[in-house]
Ligand binder design. Sequence first.
Ligand code: PA5
Length: 463
Amino acid sequence: MDQISLDITNLFAPIVGPRAGLNEEEFKAMAEPSRQALAAVQERRERDLRWLALPQAEGVRDEILTYADSVKGQFDNVVILGIGGSGLGMRALQTALNGPYHDLEPQAGLPRLFVLDNVDPDLIGEFLETNDPARTLFNVISKSGGTAETMSQFLIFRQQLIEAVGAEEHARHVVVTTDAERGFLREIADREGYCAFTVPDGVGGRFSVLSPVGLLPAALVGIDIEGLLKGADHMDERCRGAEFMDNPALVCAAVQYLLQTNHDLPIAVTFSYSHRLRDLADWYAQLLAESIGKRQGRDGSTVHAGPTPVRAVGVTDQHSQVQLYMEGPFDKWFTFLAVEQSDHTVTIPEAYGDIPGVGYLGGRTLNELFAAERDGTRVALTDAGRPNMTVSFPRVDAHTIGQYLYMMELAVAVMGEHYGVDAFDQPGVEAGKVAAYALMGREGFAEEKTRIEAGMPTERRTL
Ligand code: PA5
C-alpha cells in the first residue's frame, strides 16, 4: 500500500546547526505530552470531534455518489458558493486530483468547477456575465447557514437562475450543504425544496473537507471519493494507537510546537514541489492559522499563540522567495511536499550541442530537472541552517491526498493541546463577521454599529 512518509532528518541540530535545529532531548521529551494530547483528542471522537470518524462514514459517501450519478451529464459547470473551510478543501482536491487543466477540456459528462470564495464585485460580476446559469449547478455551502458572503452570493445567483430557467425549475440547479437543523440556509432549503446535504455536528468548517462539504463537489467533478476516504482511514489507523516516533501526525505537531516555542521560528512555510499540491498548502494555511492563532489560552490566560503559515511553490518561488528563505531572518522552518512518481515524463529535446550552457539539458527529463531543483533547494536551505522536513507522496492520487488531509487535521488538533488553545473555535473570524453584519445594517446589530462608528477616527490621515 502506497503511504506518505516523513523525512525529519534536516530538522535536527547535528544537520542544521544548534541555532535553529532541534536537539534529541527536547524531541524525545515530546513523547509523553504527545501521547496525552492524542488521548485527549481521541476521547472526543464520538462527542464533539466527529470529523475524526468521517473516513468511516460510508452511508454519507453512498448518498453523495447516488446524487452525483443522478445529475451526471446535466450540467456543464459546478459552482461552489462558500468561503473559508467551505471552499478551500475542494479547491485543493480539484487542483491535486483533476489537475490544473481539467476545466479546459473536462472528461465526457463531467462539469467544470468554480470556487467563488469572494464577494469582490468584479469576480462575481464577471461570472454573472460569462456563465450560463441554465447549464450550472450551484452548491451553496455554509455550516452556520448565515455567512454574509455566501448568503449574498446565493441571493444573486438564485435570482439569476429564476430569470433564466423559471422559479420552479431553479431548485434543480441548487444543492445545499449545511447544518442538519440550524441556520437560515437550512430553513431556505426546506422552503424551496432544494436537495440538501448535512455538515454533521462536531465537524467545523476547516475540518470538513472529508464531509459532504468537500466530498459532494468532488464526486460531482469525478474525483474518487472512495479513495480519499480510504486514504484518510489508513492514516486514522496509522495514527490512532502508534507511539510518538512512529506517528506522523504527532511528529508534525511536536515539530511545529518546538520550532516555534523553543527555537523562535514563528513562520511555517509549506513548500510544495508539485504544482498539483499547491492548493493543499492553502488549505493547510487556513487550518493552522484559524485553529492555533488565538488570543486566549484554554486556561483563560492571554497567549497570542500561533504560527504564521506561508505557502510557496517549487520551482516558481525559487525565483521569488528563496533568496529571503536562505539569507533572511531566522524566523522560518520548511515543510517540503514532494512527489516520488509523477504521472508524466517529459523529455527535453537535444539541441545546441555546441553551446554547453544549453546543450547539457538535451536528452534529460523535466522530472530529473524538477527533482534536482527540489533537492538542490533542500540542500541549500539545510546548509544555511534552516530546519526542514519532507512529506513524500509516492504519487498524487485520492489515497495519498486522503492520508495527507487526515494527518494534518489530526496534527493541528494535537497542536491545540500543545499550545494550550481551543483549536476548534474562531472568535477572531466571528468578530469580523459581526462587524460586517453591523455595518450592513443587519437587524439585531444596531448596538454594534454604534460602537464601531463611535470608535472610528473623526479625521483620516490620507495622502
Ligand atoms: O473553519 C471555519 O469554521 C471557517 O473558516 C468557516 O468555514 C467559514 O467562516 C465559513 O463559515 P460557514 O461555513 O459557516 O459559512
